[in-house]
Write a protein that binds this ligand. Structure first.
Ligand code: NAI
Length: 483
């Protein structure tokens, strides 16, 4: 099944269809573009022409290449036969099914129909089709010409050769295809849920302000913090996706939507598009105040534990002793302890110590040293100064388990582990999907390799014990299969 010179029909000339037509035409395919809205296909082509002309002016494309690309895109007034149809119409099960019935009446038996649905089950879409084995998901990301990921989605009845042909085609178009089973949210929209959910949970617990959560996750390498990202996506849209993943998983409480977000939607505070969400626009997030510390001193400085966090402290404080066999990671400055969060609160650790000495827990320091959340057991400022001396900008938050980054990353890893356990994708697929589909700085299994399975499991178990619910239960795959 070779689609190298396939004639394409793209149905739906909106945001996604126009981008798909562009990518296909740039790869050399003849593309017919159809939309039920009169003039929409022509308008999409005209808009593409002006975008591509802009790239010629910037010297990124030649005028000849642009002319050839545009010549290959033909707006059409009716559905017509093709080797491959890519459907990018409204996200509605019945309307898509009706389109597939119409298409099957005019396509050859060996034609393939690929759907760009972002949330509807490919298995369900294929029901009632004459040739359900010829339907496959081809889920692009927005903006299509720039985003490398394509999730190739097999429904229960999809012929594996059809999925393989679409993977090969996507790779030929310069994309990175990742294969997935048709499960709610596929890979990216499923594994990404905790990125939003943990921020909303922290807000519900009144643990930190939105700008603090955002600053800490940006410091960990994410391009946008979860609160500013939800403001950008729109709370109505983000809430709808969360609700659909929740319902599609038979109301598994792990995916419970947030009252915090419900209230924003109820108020009409939908984010950037309505001028107000977590933040007001155009101003956006207020700056996070910088705490100033005097240079700390200590008679005795010890770096505890092993791994990248211990190494970072050892590099910052060459004078420190090392105790690699210690059962915690961090810094001991005289009697004070600064510990990498292990899911226990600072108060809990302080209470378990024999000495009445301060304990500070700090967040997982991924990325370049910048904002780093901490919580403390009492009124201690001197120990925190060591975090500043190590190059971080310490930001205080409430003493809740797992702080901000550690808790979010642990939950992303846990969700990815569940996805692998359920055969949705493999580990490499999960990593590629999250890096290329939503620009994560690393994949969940890369973080797991860095941080270690036992540390992640311990943190989640403590969150689970603290909250007592299903939300933080450890994936069996994470507990039993990963090192
Ligand atoms: P859009 O609203 O920009 O475009 C949809 C187009 O389909 C409209 O021009 C509409 O006139 C046309 N249309 C509706 N019913 C039709 C029919 N029966 N036959 C032919 N044309 C019809 O929507 P968008 O954002 O391009 O989304 C399209 C699909 O892509 C949806 O399934 C969506 O879930 C999916 N998707 C969207 C992404 C996004 O970021 N917007 C990302 C990935 C997938």
């Amino acid at each position: 099944m070779n689609l190298d010179s396939a004639r394409l029909l793209v149905v739906g000339a909106g945001l996604m269809g126009a981008g798909i037509a562009q990518v296909a035409a740039q790869a050399g395919h003849e593309v017919a573009l159809f939309d039920t809205r009169a003039g929409a296909a022509e308008a999409a082509k005209a808009k593409l022409a002006s975008t591509l002309d802009g790239l010629v002016a910037k010297g990124k494309l030649t005028a000849d290449a642009v002319a050839a690309t545009l010549a290959r895109i033909t707006p059409v007034a009716a559905l017509q036969p093709a080797d491959l149809v890519i459907e990018a119409i409204v996200e509605h099960l019945d309307i898509k099914r009706a389109l597939f019935a119409e298409l099957e009446a005019l396509l050859a038996d060996d034609a393939i129909i690929a759907t760009n649905t972002s949330s509807i089950s490919v298995t369900a879409l294929a029901r009632g089709m004459k040739r359900p084995e010829r339907l496959v998901g081809m889920h692009f990301f927005n903006p299509v010409p720039l985003m490398k990921l394509v999730e190739v989605v097999s429904g229960l009845g999809t012929d594996p050769h059809v999925a393989q042909a679409i993977e090969t085609l996507a790779a030929r178009w310069g994309k990175t295809p990742v294969h997935t089973r048709s499960t709610p949210g596929f890979i990216v929209n499923r594994i990404a849920r905790p990125y939003y959910a943990e921020a909303l949970m922290l807000l519900q617990e009144r643990a930190a302000a939105p700008e603090v959560i955002d600053a800490c996750l940006r410091a960990a390498g994410f391009r946008m913090g979860p609160c500013e990202l939800m403001d950008l996506i729109g709370h109505d849209t983000n809430f709808a996706v969360t609700n659909s993943v929740f319902a599609a998983n038979f109301f598994d409480r792990r995916f419970t939507p947030s009252l915090v977000q419900q209230e924003l939607v109820d108020a009409g505070f939908l984010g950037r598009k309505s001028g107000r969400g977590f933040y007001r626009y155009p101003e956006g997030a207020p700056p996070v105040p910088v705490e100033r510390f005097a240079s700390p001193t200590a008679q005795r400085l010890v770096v505890h534990g092993q791994g990248f966090v211990a190494d970072r402290f050892a590099a910052a404080f060459p004078q420190a002793e090392r105790q690699p066999a210690s059962d915690w990671v961090g810094l001991e400055a005289d009697l004070a302890q600064l510990r990498l969060t292990d899911g226990r609160t600072a108060r809990e650790i302080a209470a378990a110590r024999e000495l009445q000495a301060p304990v500070v827990v700090f967040d997982l320091p991924l990325g370049e040293p910048s904002h780093l959340a901490y919580a403390k057991s009492g009124d201690v400022s001197n120990p925190v100064a060591w975090l500043a001396a190590a190059g971080f900008q310490p930001v205080e938050m409430a003493d809740v388990p797992g702080l901000i980054v550690a808790r979010t990353i642990a939950m992303l890893i846990d969700e990815a582990a569940d996805a692998v356990q359920q055969g949705v994708c493999d580990e490499a697929g999960a990593d590629a999907a999250m890096k290329l589909g939503v620009n994560y700085p690393a994949g969940p299994f890369e973080w797991l390799g860095l941080w270690g399975g036992s540390a992640v499991t311990a943190l989640l178990d403590r969150l689970d014990a603290f909250h007592r619910g299903e939300r933080y239960r450890v994936s069996p795959y994470l507990r039993h299969t990963t090192p």
